[in-house]
Design a protein around this ligand. Sequence first.
Ligand SMILES: [Zn+2]
Length: 292
Amino acid sequence: MAERPLTLMAVHAHPDDEATGTGGVLARYAAEGIRTVLVTCTDGACGDGPGGVKPGEDGHDPAAVAALRRKELEASCRVLGVDHLELLEYGDSGMMGWAANDAPGSFWSTPVADGAARLAELLHHYRPDVVVTYDENGFYGHPDHIQANRITMAALELAPGLTPKVYWTTAPHSAMRRFGEAMREFGADWDEPSDSTASAASAAPEGEAPAAPELPPIGLPDDQVTTWVDTHAYGSQKFDALAAHASQGENIFFLRMGKERFTDLMGTETFVRVRDTTGADLPEKDLFAGLR
Ligand SMILES: [Zn+2]
């Protein structure tokens, strides 16, 4: 069999998610000579338009937004050293409950089997040793993130035995408390999760019981995080990759904190290992532990 490089594939929902969730590992593993493949499932057309104009407002042209965001995504990939960018080009489904959820061509309304079949072709083509995507809650309940998890897990079933290690991105609750402090400091809305009740829908003022959760919890207790990858040395690249998504800059509060603080806060990327055939000990510090 021909020698092939160790390969990391990250499956993301929108342009910019690659930078937020996995910018550090993409940059680090590219620097270590590992081939990196980014699959972006949607066109991001529900993102902000020029000047921060929102979907449905005058001046929001979804096709123009998608075209701009594609250019930004390509720039982000250059910063991160991504070797191959694959676009599935489904329609951005918007946030849960938006009419865009059910629009023709939206990712959320696409049968899982359809997306999985396309992703399985990419799995066969690249034969990634490590695949990374979101957890079953799409980390925070965004329909396109949930769908990315679903098609990825279904695609892996269509390509059995190809990928030794599969991960979901996560955030340990200790880090989420630090995010919360930073978000308040830098002027973003945030309610701190607690270990058992963390939920975007259940946040409550301190000392009060949270409302019944409508969304599954965000992140994990620290002792359930299996994999902690040190990417501090790549904080500058991760920051620059986020900055490449300039049209969404208003929503990317991280950019307000500057590189040093950003790297301090975001310099460890964390995952939960959901498939493994290597037997590498947990917790681990390397997505490729057991493979090299
Ligand atoms: Zn996203």
